[in-house]
Design a protein around this ligand. Structure first.
Ligand code: IPD
Ligand code: CA
Ligand code: CA
Length: 268
């Protein structure tokens, strides 16, 4: 529809708000940060700053884009009336944030009629911002990004992550036992959005994880796809909670085949 906004316009909004939320988080990080509560399991922590960041994003979107929908990890969920919905992880990598490790980010994606068209992953402590628009390529701090072109598992450095629920983690560890011997090495960096961006920038060759929510992969998935990687799930399905993989096109099938050997018994 012609009255739907241009992805570049949405990207500008996402970028502005991600920087504001990033500043709030970075300032907050200078003080004492404590786990305020736990969510799905005792290991799944939330800080007051996760919530403050989402409140800031929601307030600013309301000002700049009234009527748009919003799905956020800390509870925002409205469909909106404009055809645009924002998908937000107000602080991805909360455990890193808690321990003052730099891999944490604000992740903001804009979806138009169900398709992600713009995304920002802003990592203040790393001094890095990743952006993409659908069809417009992916950028790191304004410079173009290209993913790895590795074609073999043995030549692939593969990032992954673990969920918080005990049963899921145990199943993920079992999968890792099968994957680790076949690949060059494994990395667990602690923020799914940044893992996808690391793949987009060729810092790792590929990434996979089960159990991701839309806010974990919406922006990073677009950035990885726009950097030339294939992003998806099992059996040709889109990236989802079941599985999210980002890999060079020639490696994607090999990696998903290896992961598909796993029985889907790792549900929370
Ligand atoms: C988590 C991180 C982590 C991934 C988990 C996510 P949070 O998000 O992205 O790297 O392995 O699956 O839940 O809780 O830090 O926003
Ligand atoms: Ca997250
Ligand atoms: Ca989060």
């Amino acid at each position: 529809m012609s009255d739907l906004p241009d992805p570049d316009v949405l990207l500008d909004v996402a970028l502005m708000i991600a920087r504001e939320a990033g500043e709030l988080l970075a300032k907050g990080r200078e003080g004492t940060v404590a786990a305020e509560a736990t969510k799905s399991s005792p290991t799944d922590v939330v800080t007051a700053l996760d919530r403050a960041s989402e409140a800031l994003v929601a307030r600013r979107l309301g000002e700049l884009r009234p009527g748009d929908g919003l799905l956020g990890e800390e509870g925002s969920d409205s469909a909106g009336s404009t055809g645009v919905r924002w998908i937000v992880d107000p602080l991805d990598g909360t455990v890193n944030f808690l321990y003052n490790l730099p891999n944490w980010a604000v992740s903001i994606a804009a979806e138009v009629r169900g398709e992600v068209v713009a995304g920002v992953v802003h990592a203040p402590a790393m001094g890095t911002t990743y952006t993409a628009t659908r069809g417009g390529g992916a950028l790191r701090d304004g410079g173009p990004l290209a993913g790895s072109t590795v074609t073999t598992l043995a030549g692939a450095l593969v990032a992954t992550g673990f969920g918080y629920a005990q049963a899921r983690r145990a199943a993920q560890a079992a999968v890792l036992l099968r994957v680790a011997p076949k690949v060059r090495d494994i990395r667990r960096m602690g923020a799914a959005s940044l893992d996808l961006c690391a793949a987009a920038g060729g810092i790792v060759d590929a990434y996979y994880e089960r159990g991701l929510k839309p806010w974990d992969h919406a922006a990073g998935g677009l950035i990885a796809a726009e950097a030339g990687l294939r992003v998806g799930g099992l059996r040709g399905l889109p990236a989802s909670e079941d599985l999210t993989v980002a890999a060079p096109p020639a490696l994607f099938g090999l990696l998903t085949d290896l992961l598909a050997e796993d029985p889907p018994a790792d549900r929370d």
